[in-house]
Write a protein that binds this ligand. Structure first.
Ligand SMILES: Cc1ncc(COP(=O)(O)O)c(C=O)c1O
Length: 487
């Protein structure tokens, strides 16, 4: 049997899914015929250079969908009674990409119809320096379970629709007070809207404030999740460069500037460079926004983690006007699957945002909002953040040390004093994609920074998330990387 299967660790699809798609296509196209025997999971894994569990997952999926069958003691075969409809549907199935089907996508749909959209499947690898993932095994899950069960009873209140699309009022109050204590954000609970993570916040902001063709200024390099939401709404992006002090505000003052409507910025820990926007730049930015009538979106996604230096207050707290939306999330301080974040809105926008939230999904899940309220008001949130700050600080130091042990002066480390990731510039002639591929073959996941650039990327920059990895994993991961990126 011809087992020319193409898998590519750079393709943004998990490996098991790639193996599954290749086998399925081979069956549907008739390259593999009914009754034909497949190699064992062990030998196919060896052939493809992937783990056995990757192949087992693909086989299981094909078995469950009726493409394969097992005969005890003999092995796995292409199903003898492959349904006719399945085979007849084959030419159609292979064409069923939204672009080529007869359904015409909206401009929004078309803007999403792009293979580069998805993230790399770094999680499949043994050691993954993927960014933005907290230390899951340190989350106080027993306490969380207790708080969820405290509210998990058959009372109508927790099960019903609520009239409050803006979110559970005690949670809005708890967040307003937490933000004022920890980030010097200046707001009342009435300005807080609970959203399904910052991503939903960014999506609603774009829908409500941006028309096709409007200009949004973004940091370059910058966060793809935000950029994707802006582009999907038809915005045109104006890239503003970043240096060690964050966004270069001066670039916004050139005479050839388009008419900017919004500016998106990550001042506490620029994504991905890690630069912290200096105080003079903050003031300069606010003054520019005020005179030019631009609304600022401040994404404060991991500001809770700052090492050795005093936190700089949020831009929001320094803003004298009514022209800033602050975006926060619990994805980093708690866990991303919680899908809870918040917007701090200027008062005059609260009403229209609550209507947009209602149309999008009516409300966030109440049970989690109740539990989170207790988590904050009983002091667990700040305690957890303090613990994680110390843990991430150790992990960050281990990473910096391992990088300098194994790479010496071949690297420059950026943005290591805050957040949950740092950026590393490696002095090498090997192409970024080749490095990512070699790392993947060594079972290590790293992400190149170049996709985050709008203008030309300098290249050889990589993002290292470290919060989720223990010290041994960090040391071993860096050791393996040094082996595949020789001097
Ligand atoms: C810059 C930035 N903002 C926000 C988020 C968090 O998004 P969410 O709250 O939707 O999980 C991330 C996640 O990695 C991020 O990197």
């Amino acid at each position: 049997m011809d087992f020319a299967i193409n898998i590519d660790p750079r393709v943004p699809l998990p490996l098991y899914r790639q193996v599954y798609e290749e086998l399925r296509q081979a069956i549907l196209s008739g390259r593999f015929t009914p009754g034909q025997k497949l190699p064992s999971t062990r030998s196919l894994a060896q052939l493809l250079g992937v783990s056995r569990s990757t192949v087992t997952q693909s086989y299981d999926l094909l078995l469950s969908e009726g493409y394969l069958e097992t005969i005890v003691g003999s092995g796995t075969f292409v199903c003898r009674q492959l349904p006719d409809e399945l085979l007849n549907a084959a030419p159609m199935l292979s064409k069923l990409s939204p672009a080529s089907s007869s359904i015409r996508l909206s401009a929004y749909g078309e803007s999403l119809n792009d293979n580069a959209f998805l993230r790399l499947p770094e999680a499949e690898l043994e050691i993954s320096f993927s960014y933005g993932r907290p230390a899951f095994d340190h989350f106080p899950i027993d306490l969380w379970r207790k708080l969820i069960s405290r509210h998990c009873h058959a009372s109508q209140e927790v099960l019903d629709y609520t009239a409050y699309s803006l979110g559970y009022q005690p949670l809005r109050e708890a967040i307003a007070s937490y933000l004022s204590r920890s980030r010097a954000v200046n707001c009342s609970a009435e300005q807080i809207m609970i959203v399904g993570g910052s991503q939903q916040g960014l999506d609603l902001i774009t829908r409500l404030l941006i028309d096709r063709g409007d200009w949004i200024a973004v940091e370059d390099p910058g966060y793809l999740g935000a950029r994707r939401a802006f582009l999907a709404q038809g915005a045109t992006l104006f890239p503003v460069s970043v240096d060690q002090s964050g966004l270069i505000v001066n670039e916004l003052k050139t005479s050839i500037m388009p008419n900017i409507k919004l500016l998106y910025v990550t001042p506490s820990h620029q994504f991905p460079t890690g630069a912290v926007l200096s105080l003079p730049r903050r003031l300069e930015l606010l003054a520019w926004a005020q005179t030019s009538g631009v609304m600022i979106i401040e994404d404060d996604y991991d500001s809770e983690y700052r090492y050795g230096e005093r936190p700089i207050p949020a831009l929001q707290g320094l803003d004298q006007g009514n022209s800033l939306i602050y975006v926060g999330t619990f994805s980093k301080v708690l866990f991303p699957a919680l899908r809870l974040g918040y917007l701090v809105l200027p008062e005059n926008l609260v009403h229209v945002f609550s209507r947009a939230k209602w149309l999008a999904d009516r409300q966030c899940s109440l049970l989690e909002q109740y539990a989170l309220t207790d988590f904050i008001t009983e002091g667990h949130l700040e305690r957890h953040i303090r613990r994680m700050r110390s843990l991430y600080n150790q992990r960050r130091q281990t990473l910096v040390q391992s990088l300098s042990t194994h790479f010496g002066n071949r690297i420059e480390i950026m943005g290591e004093n805050a957040g949950m990731h740092l950026m590393v510039k490696i002095n090498t002639k090997i192409h970024d994609d080749e490095i990512v591929k070699r790392a993947a073959l060594a079972n290590v996941g790293i992400g190149a920074a170049y996709p985050q650039y709008l203008k030309d990327s300098p290249g050889s920059e990589f993002i290292f998330g470290y919060a989720e990895l223990n010290e041994q994993q960090i040391q071993e991961g860096v050791r393996r990387l040094a082996e595949v990126i020789p001097d």
